[in-house]
Design a protein around this ligand. Structure first.
Ligand code: GLA
Length: 735
């Protein structure tokens, strides 16, 4: 199967993956129209899908002369521009020097290339060998202005995803302003579809919402300079009847961590258009003749078997082609983090005490969180001063780290390099290094300001400070945090007509800093974080194999947060810890097993004062680490199934992992309420081989895959609220 084909007679492009097909055609007047995205149709070209009608008030290109049936206003297209008679949401908008915004994008040429295109300075899917992917570049041109738009398609046949990006070049003779440059546009013919997206807030990220796509425009977006707690740059579009294992579904993920907008519009002809890209708000990129702008990447996939297959496609694609860290599918050290144990109040004795207690129960990595540097006794000072606070850590960091290493543990440290406190030596030295609008008081958040990391000298200075710390004590893990949204958007380094570039340049600056870090320390385990999960996106996964999922460590709230996250992101990317009860965020008390079952479907670690644990609690905590290590390969590499949903009628949240060879199954869950005289719920597993026999490892009970999937097994009756369950099944030949 050729992943990319062009038929010069029909002028049809066909992109194929193992089970999907994407088709477009160069139509009349060199217009690039979208024909199809869905199940693989073999060699068929579906040009008959385009039906032209004369529609009142939908104008026609001049070249169409008397043909009133050819209108850009209703044609499904690949990438559309403002000012051209298509009044729907669009991919690109340009302001020419004369003030006009018209752009008539016409097919010019194309190239089919082996391997995957690259996006320098931006996160994007990669190949490990050239045969993993193929690239299609289609060049569109606006003849009068000389503006060229190159559409990039990366086809990954094995994991059924197609990536998209766009490169805009000014080949004209005068300067233009790029006002909007979406990464992806996708048109769907008339049908009833739902939009699923992931909204939230600090401490409650990625809640799942499903709603019908109705007339007008719906928008999911962030203008916060980070992908945000409030919306996630990923959506699913599906048939109204689609469920986890039934129906047509599409997934679209933006590989970017800054401002984004995903708009969905149902038009006059009941067609749906989706665009995804950098948010046009406060965005304007100046392009002088010869200059180009490259958008970030978007990834799309299709499933004809419901939502879970969308998740499988994304999980596989991200594990194999996005996360570069060598930790992606190897054991991540079980960690203890001192944040919820001490907050800012600690000294070296307290830290060592926690580390020692951690070692005794089998923890492998000690992470020193916020508060170790500068004058950082609370959250309003010290950011930017990346040298140890010897008033807290007497004797300095290397001495403490040496003691921790002597315990046979790894050492990790928290940093927040994109920020500055007004009460810091760095601010006193360089007050102009933060984002601040001249003549106005800045908006503060958590008492801090954004460093202007769009400036190279600023990022190089900060990274140099951080490198000195890391070099001084052999640090094996870094938690890279960001605890406020970007605001006061103005860079002292750019002229007035380029201030619209700041937000994107800022994001590119963050990526550059992360690249510097992982290039210098290739074995470092990097966990990114943004006040919990405020920057949980595919862009970050290019740099860090795990992201702190939420500051809310309550196991029951985490069921919902991790459920939403699982639709798009691999389970092994979710930072998850067992914390103390009553929980610091919710006041809720849950059993340690429950907290652990939830945290094990993530990176697993502890975040509590181990010195305060009883002997019995320590024994349980230690057993849980042993258990986690046994199941970790399943969690990292297995296929994930959402068996029940947090708010459905089952009174339990249950999920499972099935190994790729279908020989091993891990079922995890939490029963929410203990009801007296309860109804009996049968759990129907999915993804097993119906013919295989599976033995439950604890009881030795044997079932066929068919029984586990179609007849189901009863959900255990809990002895109290929030009781957890964990079953393991293994393929057996026993009768
Ligand atoms: C953020 C993180 C927390 C912790 C604090 C420290 O909120 O999400 O885990 O590191 O910062 O200030």
């Amino acid at each position: 199967m050729e992943p990319i084909k062009f038929n010069p007679q029909s002028r049809v492009f066909t992109l194929r993956t193992c089970s999907t097909m994407y088709q477009m055609q160069i139509e009349r007047y060199d217009t690039l129209v979208h024909l199809y995205y869905g199940a693989d149709l073999g060699d068929t070209e579906v040009v008959h899908r385009i039906v032209n009608l004369d529609r009142g008030f939908s104008g026609n290109p001049y070249e169409a002369e008397d043909d009133r049936r050819f209108s850009l206003d209703v044609l499904p297209q690949e990438y559309t521009a403002e000012g051209n008679g298509d009044y729907r949401i669009q991919g690109i908008e340009i302001r020419h020097t004369d003030g006009s915004n018209c752009l008539q994008l016409k097919y010019c040429s194309h190239q089919i290339l082996p391997g995957k295109y690259r996006l320098p300075g931006l996160p994007s899917l990669f190949t490990t060998q050239e045969s993993d992917a193929a690239t299609l570049e289609i060049l569109l041109k606006d003849e009068p202005s000389g503006v060229e738009v190159k559409l990039l398609y990366g086809v990954f046949p094995q994991c059924d995803v197609i990536t998209r990006a766009v490169e805009i070049t000014n080949h004209g003779t005068s300067r233009i302003a790029l006002k909007k440059a979406m990464s992806l546009e996708l048109d769907f013919p008339k049908r009833s579809m739902d939009l699923i997206h992931f909204y939230g807030r600090h401490n409650m990220e990625r809640q799942t919402e499903r709603r019908p796509i109705t007339h007008g425009i719906q928008s999911i977006e962030s203008k916060r300079g980070m992908s945000s707690h409030h919306h996630n740059p990923a959506v699913l579009i599906c048939d109204r009847r689609a469920t986890e294992d039934y129906g047509d579904c599409y997934g679209i993920v933006f590989v970017y961590s800054g401002n984004f907008e995903c708009q969905v519009e149902l038009d006059q002809a009941e067609q749906t258009r989706l665009v995804m890209g950098i948010h046009p708000s406060n965005f304007s990129f100046r392009l002088s003749p010869g200059e180009s702008f490259t958008t970030p990447e978007a990834v799309m996939t299709w499933s004809g078997k419901g939502l879970e297959q969308i998740s499988h496609h994304f999980h596989d694609a991200f594990r194999n082609h996005l996360i570069r860290s060598s930790y992606v599918n190897r054991h991540r050290p079980v960690l203890v983090n001192n944040w919820e144990a001490t907050y800012f109040q600690f000294d070296e004795k307290k830290l060592y005490g926690i580390a020692k207690a951690a070692k005794e129960i089998g923890i492998e990595l000690f992470v020193l969180d916020d508060g170790w540097f500068g004058k950082r006794d609370d959250d309003i000072s010290g950011l930017g001063d990346w040298y140890v606070n010897e008033k807290k850590i007497h004797g300095g960091l290397p001495a403490l780290v040496q003691k921790i290493h002597n315990l046979g543990m790894k050492f990790g440290i928290w940093i927040e390099p994109e920020m500055i406190s007004e009460d810091s030596d760095l601010y006193r030295l360089h007050p102009d290094w933060c984002l601040k609008v001249p003549g106005r008081n800045p908006m503060t958040s958590r008492g801090q300001l954004n460093l202007d990391v769009s400036r190279k000298e600023v990022r190089d200075y900060v990274m140099e400070q951080i490198f000195q710390v890391l070099d001084s004590c052999h640090v094996e893990y870094v938690k890279w945090d960001v605890n406020r949204a970007v605001g006061n958007v103005f860079s002292q380094s750019l002229p007035e007509d380029r201030q619209g570039e700041v937000l994107h340049r800022h994001m590119l600056g963050v990526y550059d800093m992360m690249e510097q870090l992982i290039t210098r320390y290739p074995d470092l385990l990097l966990e990114t974080c943004a006040g919990g999960g405020g920057r949980f996106d595919a862009g970050m996964l290019y740099y860090s194999p795990q992201i702190w999922c939420s500051d809310n460590t309550d196991a029951i709230d985490r069921l919902e947060i991790q459920y939403g996250t699982s639709f798009i992101y691999p389970i092994s990317t979710m930072g998850a810890h067992v914390s103390v009860c009553p929980n610091h965020q919710t006041g809720r008390t849950t059993d340690m097993n429950t907290r652990a079952v939830v945290a094990m479907s993530g990176t697993f670690g502890y975040e509590l004062d181990l010195e305060h644990m009883t002997k019995e609690e320590k024994e349980i905590a230690s057993d849980l680490i042993t258990q986690f290590k046994e199941i970790e390969p399943m969690i990292q590499n297995g296929d994930y199934y959402r068996i029940t949903a947090p708010k459905d009628e089952n009174n339990a949240v249950v999920w499972s992992f099935v190994s790729k060879d279908k020989a091993k199954v891990l079922v995890c869950g939490v029963v929410l309420r203990k009801y007296p005289n309860p109804p009996i719920t049968l759990l129907h597993l999915r993804g097993l081989d119906p013919q295989k026999k599976y033995k439950e490892t604890l009881t030795g009970q044997i079932y066929t895959g068919a029984v586990l999937m179609y007849a189901g097994i009863p959900l255990p009756l809990p002895s109290m609220d929030y009781e957890s369950l964990q079953y393991r099944f293994e393929e057996t030949n026993e009768i």
